[in-house]
Design a protein around this ligand. Structure first.
Ligand code: SAH
Ligand code: SF4
Length: 378
């Protein structure tokens, strides 16, 4: 069995090099070849000694994930469905904006939390992704985009762990993956530009604060425990008061001085004026100091099995106005990639239909270059 070098952060790679009888600094060269230059073949790594390359060929490989499908939206959003074996697939979505390129990636195949409004939750849990499978989504997207944009510099400026799965229920694999993203010899992303989104796994929020405090988004979705128990079953284990305390502890380490609360707007369920007022008192009165936070309202992306309906745009605006009037910064998430089912909670994909995939991908790429041309990083 050879090892996949995408599984290693720089320290892990240094240990691996030592085991091969090589100096630790070789790991830096190797790491840069893999992550900064996108090399997958040891023969391409021209400044590594031939003897090292031969050893690597015997004991290691660089293996990304196979692409099952690729969809390009009219707004430039691209969604990839990756094969992770055993009939499972995960998705990553690239969202180009004028001043940034964001990649939304997955941490698990399926999810055990089972939120009512989430299609991944409805699928159930299949398995944790390995660190290398998390990193592979970024590795593939970054180098694919560079090639197609004919750019030498970085295309992806932000990573959000908001694809499939609960990242804090896969902590041991998440951590090395985050370190690869942040490492200056890897993708060199700042801690402010890497966001972990969680449904509220309280003990792991504390671990993350110690080990690798990146930006944190917390999926709140309800102002009281009765409603949140129903929407986010994990709330029964870590109720709102505990969650908010954990948010405040996290803030002492966070790269930003606020927590982003995500709130999925469900018609008639959690989108009434009274819910907004309750939220204001919750984040304001808590522990006398409240939680420094910002709200991001997400229009619900419906799927048939949920039995839920998206709140009307006027309802979302009125809800946002109550929070804003109380002095809480509130944004309404633009839905991107709607036409290719790449919006939040729609990351399910039809894994079974793999026929003619490569032909379809090739056809799509010819139309893709137009939305790409509109994207410039400043
Ligand atoms: N498990 C983590 C991260 C993945 S979900 C979490 O729950 O935070 C990322 C975001 O998408 C979460 O805020 C989640 O609430 C939201 N989401 C899930 N399903 C959705 C849907 N159908 N419509 C809109 N947002 C959804
Ligand atoms: Fe899991 Fe997040 Fe979906 Fe909830 S919203 S089921 S935690 S992926």
């Amino acid at each position: 069995m050879t090892v996949n070098l995408l599984d290693y952060d720089l320290e892990g790679l240094a240990v691996f090099c030592e085991r091969l009888g090589e100096k630790r600094f070789r790991a830096v060269q190797l790491f840069r070849w893999i992550h900064q230059k996108g090399a997958a073949s040891f023969d391409d790594m021209s400044d590594l000694a031939k003897s090292l390359r031969e050893k690597l060929k015997v004991g290691a490989h660089v293996k990304a994930l196979d692409v099952i499908s690729e969809h390009i939206s009219s707004d430039g959003t691209i969604k990839w469905l990756f094969d992770v074996g055993g009939g499972d697939a995960v998705e990553a979505v690239f969202i180009p904006e004028v001043d940034r390129g964001t990649l939304c990636i997955s941490s698990q195949a399926g999810c055990a939390v089972g939120c009512r409004f989430c299609s991944t939750g409805h699928q159930g849990f299949s398995r944790n992704l390995r660190a290398g499978e998390i990193v592979a989504q970024l590795w593939f997207a970054e180098h694919f985009l560079r090639k197609h944009l004919q750019r030498n510099e970085r295309v992806i400026s932000n990573v959000v762990m908001m694809g499939m799965g609960e990242p804090l229920q896969n902590y041991s694999e998440l951590l090395p993956a985050l370190r690869v993203m942040l490492d200056d010899h890897g993708y060199g992303l700042s801690r402010r530009r890497v966001t972990v989104s969680t449904s509220g796994v309280v003990p792991m929020m504390d671990r993350l604060a110690q080990d690798c405090p990146v930006a944190l988004a917390v999926s709140l979705h309800a102002p009281d425990d009765a409603l949140r128990d129903n929407l986010v079953p994990l709330n029964k284990k870590y109720p709102i008061a505990e969650l908010l305390e954990a948010c405040n502890r996290y803030l002492a380490y966070a790269p930003r001085d606020f927590i982003t609360f995500e709130y999925c707007m469900l018609d008639g369920v959690n989108d009434q004026a009274e819910h907004a007022h309750q939220l204001v008192s919750l984040v304001r009165q808590y522990a006398s100091g409240g939680v420094w936070c910002k709200f991001n309202l997400i229009p619900f992306n419906p799927f048939p099995a949920s039995g839920l309906i998206r709140s009307a745009p006027e309802q979302v605006k009125a809800f946002a106005a109550i929070l804003s009037d109380a002095g809480i910064v509130t944004t309404i998430r633009k839905t991107r990639g709607d036409d290719i089912d790449a919006a939040c909670g729609q990351l399910a994909g039809d894994v079974k239909d793999r026929t003619g995939i490569s032909q379809r991908i090739a056809r799509q790429r010819t139309v893709m270059l137009k939305p790409f041309a509109a994207f410039k990083e400043t």
